[in-house]
Write a protein that binds this ligand. Structure first.
Ligand SMILES: [Zn+2]
Length: 254
C-alpha cells in the first residue's frame, strides 16, 4: 500500500473518526505495570506522535523510559532540493530530543541504531539483535502497529513483537499512519484488541507543544511542491487528541 499525503489525500477527518464512536467502546488503560517503558521509534517523531501520552504517564508513575530510535529519518524528503542543504538526520534527531523534553523528560534516554530510513526491513537482523539486547522481561515495549502501513513502521512492529515474546516482555502497538488510510467506519483497525489511554488536559497540552518541535515535517522545507510539509495540520490533529490507542496483540494470546 502506498501512503499518499498531499492536499488531495488528507485521509479521514477528525470529525469522521469522532463520529465513528470507537473511542467510547475501547477498554481503558490501567497503571503501567512495568519497570521500564521502551518505545521503539522508526523515525524521529513517531515516539511522540504515537506514544507521547504514554511516555508522560510513565514519567509520572516513576517508570523508567527509554526510546530506541531505529533510523535518523534522513529520507523524509526524497525529492527535495532543499533537503540536500540540510542535515535532515541531525535536524530530526534534535527535534525529537526537544519534543521529548517538552513532555517533561529532562534528560531523554535515546538509543540510536542509525539504520537507513526506508530500509528497516532489509536490516531486520540488526534490529532484532539490538532489541534482543535491550528488552527485559519486566519491560513494557511499545512499537508501531505491525500493519501501520509504512514499511519501516511495520518492520519495527514485527521485530518488537518477536523480541518481546522472546524475553517475556509486555508489548503494545501504537498507531501513526493507520489513522491516514484506515476506514473509520470499518474494521481495518482491530478495535476489540485495542486499549485507550486518556490524556489529562495537561498531558494533552504538553503533547501538542512537543509535536510543534517537528518543524522539518510540519512545515515546507523549501519553496517547491516536493518540499511540502510531510505532516500538514489536518494530519497533525490526529496526534493532538485527548487519547491514544494501542493494539494489544498479546491480549488474544495470553
Ligand atoms: Zn515514521
Amino acid at each position: 500500500m502506498a501512503l499518499i499525503v498531499d492536499h488531495e489525500h488528507l485521509g479521514p477527518s477528525e470529525a469522521r473518526w469522532d463520529a465513528a464512536g470507537h473511542r467510547e467502546q475501547l477498554a481503558s488503560f490501567g497503571p503501567i505495570e512495568a519497570r521500564r517503558l521502551v518505545v521503539v521509534s522508526p523515525h524521529p517523531d513517531d515516539e511522540v506522535l504515537g506514544a507521547g501520552g504514554l511516555i508522560q504517564a510513565a514519567l509520572s508513575q516513576n517508570v523508567l523510559v527509554e526510546v530506541v530510535a531505529v533510523t535518523d529519518g534522513e529520507a523524509s524528503h526524497p525529492r527535495s532540493t532543499a533537503a540536500t542543504t540540510i542535515d535532515l538526520a541531525r535536524t530530526r534527531s534534535d527535534e525529537s530530543r526537544v519534543a521529548l523534553s517538552r513532555l517533561g523528560w529532562r534528560e531523554p534516554l535515546i538509543t540510536r541504531l542509525h539504520l537507513p530510513d526506508g530500509s528497516v526491513l532489509a536490516h531486520r537482523d540488526q534490529l532484532d539483535r539490538a532489541l534482543a539486547g535491550i528488552l527485559l522481561a519486566d519491560d513494557l515495549c511499545v512499537a508501531p502497529w505491525r500493519r501501520d502501513g509504512h514499511p519501516d513502521h511495520d518492520a519495527c512492529g514485527e521485530s518488537a513483537l518477536a523480541a518481546s515474546r522472546a524475553v517475556g516482555a509486555r508489548m503494545l502497538e501504537y498507531l501513526v499512519w493507520a489513522w491516514h488510510w484506515a476506514d473509520p467506519e470499518g474494521f481495518d483497525i482491530p478495535w476489540r484488541q485495542c486499549r485507550r489511554l486518556d490524556l489529562t488536559r495537561r498531558a494533552r497540552a504538553h503533547k501538542r507543544w512537543a509535536t510543534a518541535a517537528f518543524e522539518s515535517q510540519t512545515r515546507p522545507l523549501g519553496p517547491g511542491l516536493e518540499d511540502a510539509a510531510i505532516l500538514p495540520a489536518p494530519l497533525m490533529r490526529r496526534f493532538w487528541r485527548s487519547y491514544e490507542v494501542y493494539v494489544d496483540e498479546m491480549a488474544s494470546t495470553r
